[in-house]
Design a protein around this ligand. Structure first.
Ligand SMILES: [Zn+2]
Length: 458
């Protein structure tokens, strides 16, 4: 297995620490709002990594965190906590917000057929581990205290910024407007932030804890170092994340690992590119912020999104559009239609080629191309189907499930839209009438918190 390692900027052969076993840590979601297709993109990529490793015989321990505290709106450790802000916006407690969106995230994992990580750990369940790690960094002389918290002294770590090829001088010069001018270096980052109630008499945060330095909460980066080493050991195999994690989040994780243990915590750091929509990264302003629930509600099979993701390499990212999603659905339905009554033997030549392509830094577009080549070959339909099902252990497209739930007629989609409007208007009689009409057309609507699901009546 070869993977592109950001740390060395090379494709490298994976050499696990323990033979036959691979430990993977993936930076997980910050649970303050509904995950959108851009958030879920990374987890589809890493699911393919995990499935490929298992397929070629490795035992995998996949750990993912859930950030439910400490992720501030601004990368320079200023501004509100995303969680506290999200809670205020919805009139819920921070704990309720965390639970609500973690539930939606796990539901999305299921919809996209992403295997549940072996360990999904919350930052708030690991506060003690984070405090202990900050203590270690402090004992080793890599931190200092200022009025709003404990900070990592990046100047003490000579290789700081090497991982991301950061130009520290430039950062220094560009940081004159920095709000926090007590920091020794602009790149220094918070390990522990004091509660505003301690420093300025402002109201207590909903989430804060006692610590040796006073009441407060952990900085965002410390949770990933603390939880990755807790579950995978001080040095483990693979750390994954989005490209946007390279400059700050992972650079700081690496610094923390060095500060605490004098070494880099992971051997391979791999990063996915992004989804774009009409050429720009999806966002509130540029559009494309669909959630998985939105796609389902619009009548799309979430697995067509999964198929679409495979069409472009994870280092390149994908350009998303509803049209390309529809084309993916057509391709997916076509694969499902190859189902045969009986199963032949898996074709070993194609299987070998399939493994070769995925082992080359997860070349999913090449793997998909190979599938279509196989479907056009002279193999018998039974062999094709058996081979396809075998490949589906990695692809996770649920190919055996021939009855797509998502072949929803336009007429039904229109009724669903009308019903949505009736519900917003609190016109319950109309909403019930429309539900009945939808059912008479053979579909069932299931209401969720902010949206609904449509399923074929069995
Ligand atoms: Zn992380």
């Amino acid at each position: 297995m070869y993977l592109y390692n950001t740390a060395t900027r090379k494709k490298e052969e994976l050499k696990p620490i323990k033979e036959g076993k691979v430990g993977i840590y993936s930076c997980g979601p910050t649970v303050y709002s509904s995950p959108h297709i851009g958030n879920m993109y990374a987890y589809i990529c890493w699911d393919i990594l995990v499935r490929t490793l298992k397929y070629i015989g490795y035992e995998v321990n996949w750990v993912m965190n859930v950030t439910d505290v400490g992720h501030l709106v601004n990368d320079s450790d200023t501004g509100e906590d995303k969680m506290e802000k999200g809670a205020k916006k919805e009139g819920l407690s921070v704990w309720e917000i965390a639970e609500k969106y973690q539930t939606e995230f796990e539901e999305n994992l299921k919809d996209l057929n992403i295997n549940h990580p072996d360990i999904l750990c919350k930052a708030t369940d690991n506060i003690k581990e984070q405090i202990d790690l900050v203590k270690k960094i402090e004992e080793n002389g890599f931190s200092y205290q200022i009025s709003d918290g404990i900070y990592f002294d990046t100047q003490k770590y000579i290789d700081y910024g090497k991982f991301a090829n950061l130009d520290l001088e430039k950062i220094k010069n560009g940081a004159r407007v920095e709000i926090n001018n007590e920091k020794k270096n602009p790149s220094d980052f918070a390990l522990w932030k004091f509660s505003p109630s301690k420093t300025s008499g402002l109201p207590k945060r909903q989430m804060e804890w006692e610590s040796p330095w006073g009441i407060g909460f952990p900085g965002w980066h410390i949770e990933c170092t603390a939880m990755s080493i807790k579950y995978l050991g001080e040095v483990f195999d693979i750390h994954t994340g989005g490209e946007d994690h390279i400059n700050i989040h992972h650079t700081n994780e690496i610094a923390q690992g060095y500060g605490a243990f004098g070494k880099t915590t992971a051997n391979y750091w791999i990063h996915n590119a992004f989804i774009t929509f009409k050429g720009s990264k999806i966002s509130k302003s540029s559009g494309g912020l669909y959630t998985i629930r939105d796609l389902i509600q619009m009548g799309h099979d979430p697995l067509s999104y999964r198929y679409l993701v495979f069409g472009s390499h994870y280092k390149r990212g994908i350009e998303f559009s509803i049209d390309s999603l529809k084309s993916a659905q057509v391709a997916l339905n076509k694969l499902r239609s190859y189902k045969t009554e009986s199963l032949g033997k898996v074709d070993e030549e194609f299987q070998k080629e399939f493994i070769d392509r995925l082992s080359d830094n997860l070349a999913t577009p090449e793997a998909i191309a190979l599938i279509w080549k196989m479907m056009k070959s002279n193999l018998t339909p039974e062999i094709k189907w058996a081979t396809l099902l075998d490949f589906d252990k990695v692809l996770g497209l649920n190919l055996a499930n021939n009855n797509s739930d998502f072949d929803i007629p336009q007429k039904v989609l229109e009724l669903v839209e009308k019903r949505k409007k009736a519900r917003i208007d609190k016109n319950w009689a109309e909403s019930d009438k429309l539900r009945k009409e939808i059912e008479d057309s053979g579909f069932l609507v299931e209401d969720l918190q902010n949206s609904c699901k449509i399923r074929k009546l069995k």
